[in-house]
Design a protein around this ligand. Sequence first.
Ligand SMILES: [Zn+2]
Length: 492
Amino acid sequence: MSRGSTYNKYSVRNKNNNRKKKNNIITGLIMAGAFIVALIIVINLASAGGKKNDNKPAETVVASESSQEETTTAAPADKRSEALKTAEAQAVQYDYDGAIKTLESVEGAESDEEISKLIKDYEDKKDSLVAVSPQEVTHVFFHSLIVDPKRGFSLTDNTTWNKATPGFCQWMTTCYEFDHMMEQMYEKGYVLVSLYDMVDITKDADGVEHIEGKNIYLPKGKIPFVLSVDDVSYYHSYDDRGCASKMIVGEDGKPTCEYVDAEGKTLVGPYDCVPRLDEFVAKHPDFSYKGAKGTVALTGYNGILGYRTDPAYRDKDEDNLLDDQIAWLKEHPDFDWDKECEEAKKVADAVKEDGWTFASHTWGHIRIGDSELDRIKTDTANWKEGVEPLVGNTDIIIFAHGQDLASWDEEYSESDKFKYLKGQGYSIFCNVDGSTKYFVQIGDEYMRMGRRNLDGIRLWQAVYGGKDYLSDLFDPATVIDPDRPTDSSLYQ
Ligand SMILES: [Zn+2]
């Protein structure tokens, strides 16, 4: 389990540290050597200026760790090279103000020729940025990825589709498809921004959030987009469908996944959107604006992130449990709810630390448009009891089933459902609108945004159904998984 492996890792680290102490001289020599190498790398990097290739950041991280270990009070030269590295990383992600501030903080910056040159360079780059209105930001979303299409799109026998297969074909995207989409979007100049990059949010004396649209400044040719991932709960219904089984904290402290393969072997790796996108951004930092990642929208009824954290699992009251939940509890007699919550919280913290944000997807995956207000109240209370303690407060709600709380022509902020949810702290409301590039409405108390489903149904329609809503993002024909079934009955 993840907890065990995390603990083991720490104990391995401690052992290494003890050994280090016993071999002071050798360690000292190695450290000194590493420090010199680190310095050389830093100096080379600094002289390379803004021209950085994608493999460089890994080296700079090594350099910074070595120099931090070596000196408790960093010498000015170390501070200077640290600052140059930080500034470069900020500039690559379009944060020129941040980069300039970092450089200006270096002692003697005014008389440092190289720093003055870099500041000038960043100022020029900043001046050449182009404003993009928040109304022109496209928002794409996924569900958990299918790792093994043969299992995700499986047959019950050779002639009949498994009854869950149409749903999986329509709503899910495979790892293959996700990777190709990100790759092609990156090539086209797309840059990942956060929902919070699109708005300024201020709180009044009563704690009510007020919203104002905000332009995003990017180099010419770059196109901002927002990304979200729904239902990262690894529902019981996903079992044996070739998806990850849970998210865990990896050995590097970053979120990753557990996946049980067709042979029943548990593997650890980037088997879903969060770690997969993280890896892509690590390789291409300029794909992310100021470090932005996506938004993870969570329900609560089956727990979160693959952990059975809903209080119903703790209470084991069969009246409040579905058949698959009862079956799961029977298969796990040693289930410890407190420990489960502790693990889930650790993963949620790592996900947030990594630049992602969490949103409510409603606790029960309810149809917000069809539901009575009372149902919405109970559902919201459930989310706040079962999910919020683990992922923290959020002012983002991403509605399920593509519904919205008001119809398109209704005055959004006048509806009772809006007033209730606003009172519960929500200010950013997302629905699904897969047929237009962007749908963004900004009112005094809300931002309402449509999202585009980059899933099987859209891919199938684009490639085989004569309805292409995707080609501004990527080429659907080269993105679609060759292992995805093409039978049209699955996509109706
Ligand atoms: Zn959903």
